[in-house]
Design a binder for this molecule. Structure first.
Ligand code: COA
Length: 388
């Protein structure tokens, strides 16, 4: 039975920042951000969006009444959780109008967990072929103002419907994974911003990729020529490019050129959004689907997932017949182009205006946020969501 990604959609808020302007404000050569890190724009998350509202905005675009009837599990992957106890998934049951006969869980292992969720969903559907599982990867990638991590912020949510006979990608049973307890990136309890040893993290990411990709090749007998595109978790797009260079170092030049060409389609949206944490790898899938003109049914995509702390995994998926029937060429580019570009001062104001843990009751102005689902503030520490 083929099981995999039946539908995929993405949401990022209506605000962004130009990386060249940020570089100027921080007295940095703009090419460091544009070329050295590989980011041209960054999503700015207003206080009226959090992981729940962003997830609802992403999922709402793809779910039909029939899907809602069949979904019996919601797996919410995030490392920007909004509660120490209640899962982000249970808010979605109400906001999206899902039935009550549904299992709702939040999962955490840094940026890796949407991949874990897809595999858990795969197992669930293998046992319950008529089920559908909603997998969410939603995050607000947030570092301190004027820190080294600042140019690698971003945010948004990817929603994927996992089912049998999927329209888009059949997940293969070929995953290799590798875990080790390291401190490359973490966010202690009570901290709003992540702490990161960026150079170390990049090295761990690349070392884990070597481990899992070698084991994958040993297990399957497939070499790099078997892949039609390689997708990577993209904390910043240059990091994925470094992993791609490792993957293709011994490849035939035609294969290397093809994979390098497709990687530009993979990273196009991330380049204009920044880090998405859990959703990043799957934004790359959407970006490839909407921007490549060379994809065909049956092609094999390689996916490298990484979550600091750290977990790495490599697996593959095969494009399904008719994978492109609901994919509109460059559709999301139009959404990105329509965003409002903030000045650096406006971005800093937005950055500083989010709800704090200590806010017991605070109402947010939702009138300037054009999204359907918004976070309206807290009342007695209870989060308030509004459907416009
Ligand atoms: N033109 C072109 N490239 C330039 C440049 C210029 N003027 N100035 C610098 N660069 C290049 C550097 O050579 C370097 O390239 P390399 O990585 O290929 O060596 C790159 O830009 C970054 O410069 P560097 O000095 O290493 O940057 P930094 O110390 O400010 O750190 C990050 C950059 C990405 C490590 C930092 O932003 C970070 O830690 N981000 C968080 C990453 C993260 O979240 N990781 C965990 C999740 S997986």
């Amino acid at each position: 039975m083929n099981i995999g990604i039946d539908k995929i959609s993405f949401f990022t808020p209506h605000l962004c920042l130009d990386m060249a302007e940020l570089a100027e404000a921080r007295n940095v050569d703009p090419n460091k951000y544009l070329i050295g890190i590989g980011q041209s724009k960054m999503a700015v998350i207003p206080p009226t969006q959090d992981v729940v509202s962003m997830a609802a905005n992403a999922a709402d675009k793809i779910l039909t009444p029939e899907d809602k009837e069949q979904i019996d599990m919601v797996l919410f992957a995030t490392e920007s959780g909004i509660d120490n106890s209640k899962s982000g998934a249970v808010y979605l049951q109400r906001l999206l109008g899902l039935k009550h006969q549904v299992r709702v869980v939040e999962l955490k292992q840094a940026c890796y967990t949407a991949t874990a969720a897809i595999h858990f969903a795969h197992g669930h559907i293998a046992m319950n072929p008529d089920s559908k599982v909603l997998v969410i990867g939603a995050d607000n990638a947030r570092y301190g103002l004027a820190t080294k991590g600042e140019p690698t912020q971003g945010g948004g949510a990817v929603a994927m419907l996992i089912s049998r006979d999927p329209q888009i990608l059949a997940i293969q049973d070929d995953a290799t994974y590798w875990a080790d307890d390291v401190m490359d990136f973490w966010r202690p309890l009570g901290f709003d911003e992540a702490l990161v040893d960026g150079k170390y993290s990049t090295n761990v990411y690349l070392e884990f990729f070597k481990h899992v990709f070698k084991e994958y090749q040993d297990n399957t007998g497939f070499d790099i020529s078997k892949f039609d595109a390689m997708l990577f978790h993209l904390p910043y797009t240059k990091e994925g490019f470094k992993a791609l260079k490792i993957a293709i170092e011994d490849a035939d030049p035609t294969v290397a050129a093809r994979l390098t060409h497709e990687f530009e389609n993979v990273r196009r949206y991330s380049n204009q959004i920044g880090n998405l944490y859990t959703g990043s790898l799957y934004l790359g899938l959407l970006s490839l689907l909407e921007n490549s003109t060379d994809l065909k049914a049956g092609m094999r995509l390689g996916l490298y997932s990484y979550g600091s702390g750290a977990q790495g995994e490599f697996y593959s998926g095969l494009l399904r017949p008719g994978f492109d029937q609901n994919i509109e060429h460059e559709a999301f580019q139009k959404v990105l182009d329509a965003r409002k570009q903030l000045s650096v001062a406006e971005y800093e104001d937005v950055y500083n205006s989010r709800i704090k843990i200590s806010d017991k009751t605070r109402k947010l102005d939702i009138s300037t946020d054009p999204a359907k689902f918004v976070f309206a503030g807290v009342e007695d520490y209870q989060r308030q969501y509004v459907v416009k």
